[in-house]
Ligand binder design. Sequence first.
Ligand code: MRU
Length: 364
Amino acid sequence: MNEYLSDHVHLSDDGTAVVILDQTQLPNRTEYLTLRTAQEMFDAIQMLQVRGAPCIGICAAYDFYVLAQQVDGNTNAVQFLSELSKQADYLASSRPTAVNLRWALDRMLETAKRCAEYPDRLEVLHQECIAIHKEDIAMCRSIAEYGLSLIKNGDGILTHCNAGPLATSRYGTALGPLFLGKERGMDFHVFSDETRPLLQGARLTSYELSRAGINVTLICDNMASLVMKNGWIQACFVGCDRVAANGDAANKIGTSGVAILAKHYGIPFYVLGPTSTIDLNCVSGEDIPIEQRDSEEIKEKFYTEPMALPEVTCYNPAFDVTDHELISGIVTEYGICRAPYTESLRAVFEKKRAGLPYGTPEED
Ligand code: MRU
């Protein structure tokens, strides 16, 4: 296993805290944070010290387990559940768009409901957060395999934001096929959008890829059209924060623009994500809440002095929704879903509910 595919969210050795790699310090510093209180956990997610939809879900599951230890004490089952439910709502409010956060907290809460009366309830919750983490590793590996079947050696790939190992565990989603292809001796040329305003593409994607020896060129977001026009891109691979039942996909702001450009230039545009990011309760993208963030991120962050007057108003949505009609395929751990997505996504969930194995591109 490549060292850059190692886990960056885990429990402390004594299991009473969550340890995360602080992603806001990358690529210049490798610093870890130890999270013990609900406030520290909320802040780490809200400030993007831990980020990427699946990774936030994994972190939240560990957070829940740590908080469960703190409320365990002499609480009866009702008090235990009531306190944990409050903590889960609090953590879930830190970032509204990435559904993995609420998904993981709900799964931990459901487990807590089942085991609240047991003397070993903490151990049951411990096993559940480990299971969520392990499942993400397996899902990413399968997504990588399916994604790799869509590209060939030497292809140019454009990606937006960061959907690599840092945003998940191990392989990542949108970047997974590239890591897997690299392991198999393939070469790709990746163009990484820098991803304004928080620069996940510059700080994280180009860091992960270059450290793994994958050929990456960093571009400003407004250069995507030109590199496509030049014929340098054979496919776009992006991650997702929430996919609606009709295939509309929320991802980092700017993703929908990439999809529109890809359609213009006749380039396939793929969204890669695990089923934990698909929310069938959202009928379409209209139902996906979009996080709004502070104007400081646009005007000041990363600059040595403010780049706009204090009185200038900013609009800073963290995500946009790509219309399903612009998406060539949605790559899940169960395979590649094609339009009509209402049917293909439902079919994936039927397989999941039936507990079927993921399958392989060769079998599909
Ligand atoms: O605001 P961020 O950095 O958490 O946004 C992340 C993205 O948009 C990713 O593409 C998405 O979460 C998928 S990560 C596998």
